[in-house]
Design a protein around this ligand. Structure first.
Ligand code: NAD
Length: 248
């Protein structure tokens, strides 16, 4: 078991990539705290599956855009489970619109959830890791942060910010024993992309070298690599499982 006895905190753990990662981490021995927004039934299902593996689990319904709630979530996770070893900073949304139609509210919501929220949750977890001189922070960026995507200008910009944040923090964090990395998935079959039309998906899949969208388990495998003992030499990296959408 690669994560035996570890405490992992996951934002956006009720469904999609966060859920698959929570289950993968639990399977490898980690206890799990996760947060989510509104999807209580899915959160309960995920928590029950983790508990059925014999792991401790807690979950909270909160909005990561609320910095105070995010900080409280980190504090409560530590109190309930013990010192945090791993943060998977993953909660996310998208609002698909052409650039000319993006409102200030759209912009604020995207940036507040994807970047501002992720930034301050990472800071709260980081502060608990510093005294121990150990910890792992992984954030979910996106391939859109590497190559851009039409209809997703604020989203792509916020994901590029996550990549810059990861690189800068990695410089500060690594000498203090904390490894910081990001994952930039290509298109993955989750509720987030199911918002788009079947035609959009078919056209996207047709131009992907592998000819299909990724699975949540393929992204969870990358998170596990970064979180586990075999990921020790990754520092400030952005690993991008993306089916060939971006080659670099
Ligand atoms: P999803 O919609 O399946 O899951 C999103 C999760 O985030 C859920 O648990 C939801 O409750 C939670 N969440 C959403 N807004 C929240 C908020 N304000 N506060 C707290 N929790 C919130 O989506 P997903 O595809 O699994 O996305 C996970 C991450 O992966 C996101 O950061 C997304 O941008 C990123 N991503 C997804 C894809 C993809 O193709 N699915 C590709 C690249 C990156």
């Amino acid at each position: 078991m690669q994560l035996a006895g570890k405490i992992a905190v996951i934002t956006g753990g009720s469904r999609g990539i966060g859920r698959a990662t929570a289950l993968a981490f639990a399977r490898e021995g980690a206890d799990i705290a996760f947060c989510h927004l509104d999807d209580a039934a899915q959160a309960d299902t995920t928590a029950a599956e983790i508990a059925a593996m014999g792991r401790r689990v807690m979950h909270r319904n909160l909005d990561v855009a609320d910095i105070g709630d995010g900080q409280r979530f980190i504090a409560e996770s530590g109190q309930a489970l013990g010192p945090i070893d791993i943060l998977f900073n993953n909660a996310g949304i998208n609002i698909r619109k052409n650039f000319e139609d993006v409102t200030e509210d759209d912009f604020d919501r995207i940036v507040n959830v994807l970047f501002r929220g992720a930034f301050f949750i990472a800071q709260a977890a980081y502060k608990t890791m510093l005294p121990r001189g150990a910890g792992i922070i992984i954030s979910t960026a996106s391939q859109t942060g590497l190559k851009g995507q039409p209809g997703a200008v604020p989203y792509s910009a916020a994901k590029a910010a996550i990549i810059g944040f990861t690189r800068a923090l990695a410089w500060e964090a690594a000498p203090r024993g904390i490894r910081v990395n990001a994952i930039a998935p290509g298109p993955v079959d989750t509720d987030l992309v199911r918002q788009n039309s079947p035609q959009w998906r078919a056209a996207f899949e047709a131009r992907l070298p592998v000819g299909r969208f990724g699975t949540v388990d393929e992204i969870a495998a990358t998170a596990l690599l970064l979180a586990g003992p075999q990921g020790g030499f990754y520092c400030g990296a952005t690993l991008s499982p993306n089916g060939g959408d971006v080659m670099h």
